[in-house]
Design a protein around this ligand. Structure first.
Ligand SMILES: [Zn+2]
Length: 196
């Protein structure tokens, strides 16, 4: 009987060692797989602890931070409800997280805009290329290319009241191609950099 318990104990110990082995060696790999490293334009982007990845791979310069500012162009807000990231026209924009596309259209000062929604969070990409490659209702994966940085000028947009000093109609309130990234949580604008 005692030899039965001894062998049961031995089996249990071996089992515990086996589980510990799995935890030590495999869980780090499993979680790094979850981290979803996407390789775009030879640029590896990592999921940060808050769960969002950077929207414009390869372009990280903040040209205008979140918060109070002097309006850079007529009609632009004096409270900047997002961040402006310097990225050239045509550069890729990726989904910062898994979610649903809930808006793809012209949106006043934001110009052509894509909104990605997940739970109580809405992420807006403004001044994008009007040739949308995704549509409202699409489910997208983190890292998926969902659009491109748009041109400075857009023509033939009904009701577009934005123009530069030469009178040419602009892609919302903008002085040149860039990404304006806005993040709302429960419909309140947050500083996107708080998530990075
Ligand atoms: Zn902006």
């Amino acid at each position: 009987m005692s030899s039965f318990f001894n062998s049961a104990k031995k089996t249990l110990i071996i089992f515990i060692i086996f589980i510990a082995f799995i935890c030590i060696f495999f869980i780090p790999f499993a979680s790094s797989a979850n981290v979803s490293n996407e390789n775009l334009n030879n640029e590896t982007i990592f999921l940060n602890p808050n769960g969002l990845i950077w929207p414009s791979p390869g372009y990280t310069k903040i040209n205008c931070p979140f918060g109070k500012r002097v309006a850079p162009t007529t009609g632009a807000s004096t409270y900047h409800k997002g961040i402006d990231i310097g990225a050239p026209e045509g550069s890729s924009l990726v989904a910062v997280c898994d979610g649903e596309i809930t808006f793809t259209d012209f949106l006043g000062g934001g110009g052509y805009t894509i909104t990605l929604s997940v739970a109580n969070m809405k992420i807006s990409y403004c001044h994008v290329n009007p040739n949308f490659i995704i549509k409202k209702g699409d489910m997208v994966k983190q890292g998926q290319i969902i659009g491109k940085v748009g041109p400075k000028y857009v023509y033939g947009v009904p009701g577009n009241k934005y123009a530069d000093s030469t009178g040419k109609p602009t892609n919302g309130a903008t002085t040149g191609p860039h990404l304006h990234l806005g993040i709302r949580v429960d419909n309140k604008y947050q500083n996107p950099l708080d998530y990075y």
